[in-house]
Design a protein. Structure first.
Length: 257
């Protein structure tokens, strides 16, 4: 079995694969400082309490956009799993070409998503990740990542509303029953939800126009991606485990002999 880890700005998402079968997924918050021992013990406890024998984990691969946790996290993996994890970064084999001006500036999570979208769904493809930031990346038919669009994620926009506006409350991010809101909470929900749908549709439309690929496939992932994809016909596939699947694919390109 292999443990795959996606360390994002909000959550660390973990998955365990036996060959191509995803046995389970787990989340822990990124923002709580932890020692290497805390990371190691917490992960083992998560696996064991979900019926997964941590001793069967033979390899680990990590994608991270949070550099300041990596020393403790990697140390915890090495100490408690007795493996030297593969970390997605410069020089790693991915199976795609990062054809942008500065490939090293591309976040590891975006590379992993691009690999998964291309390998699983084929190219050309647009992959959208509704995470802390919302990202749209374009992969060509021959597997080149050629462009990307980055915008504030839905939660960032929501946080800006209630942190920077004294009279607006913290709310649940969800689709309201109507855009014709009659109270403050529904008004905020309508703006966040329908505004995100509109932004998504417009960016996809512009990408398709400039690429001259009106039928390019669009694949989405990320925590809030499901409610957006359910609302628009612009997204062809929603795959909640896309990033974890991409890590497994990259592991196969780089697995120890």
């Amino acid at each position: 079995m292999i443990l795959v880890v996606d360390a994002g700005n909000t959550n660390i998402t973990l998955g365990v694969f036996r060959e191509e079968e995803l046995l389970g997924t787990f989340r822990m918050t990124t923002k709580i400082p932890r020692t290497s021992d805390e990371y190691g013990i917490f992960i083992i406890d998560l696996l064991e309490k979900n019926g997964i024998d941590s001793k069967q984990v033979k390899d680990v691969i990590i994608s991270s956009v949070v550099p300041n946790i990596m020393h403790s996290f990697v140390s915890g993996i090495m100490k408690y799993f007795s493996v030297n994890p593969i970390v997605v970064g410069a020089g790693i084999k991915t199976g795609i070409n990062i054809a942008i001006a500065n490939p090293k500036s591309m976040g590891a999570d975006r590379i992993v998503d691009a690999v998964a979208a291309y390998e699983i769904y084929g190219g050309p493809v647009i992959v959208i990740d509704f995470g802390t930031a919302t990202t749209h990346d374009v992969i060509t038919a021959d597997g080149s990542l050629i462009a990307g669009v980055t915008s504030p994620g839905i939660r960032i926009s929501a946080n800006a509303l209630w942190k920077d506006t004294a009279m607006l409350p913290e709310i649940e991010i969800t689709k309201p029953s109507t855009i014709l809101a009659k109270n403050t909470v529904n008004s905020m929900q309508a703006g966040l939800f329908f505004g995100s749908v509109g932004q998504t549709e417009y960016i996809i439309k512009k990408l398709k126009q400039e690429l001259d690929l009106p039928d390019i496939k669009v694949v989405a992932t990320g925590g809030l991606g499901k409610i957006i994809s359910d609302e628009t016909k612009c997204i062809d596939v929603y795959d909640k485990d896309l990033t974890l699947k991409g890590l497994r694919i990259i592991y196969n390109y780089n697995r120890p002999l």
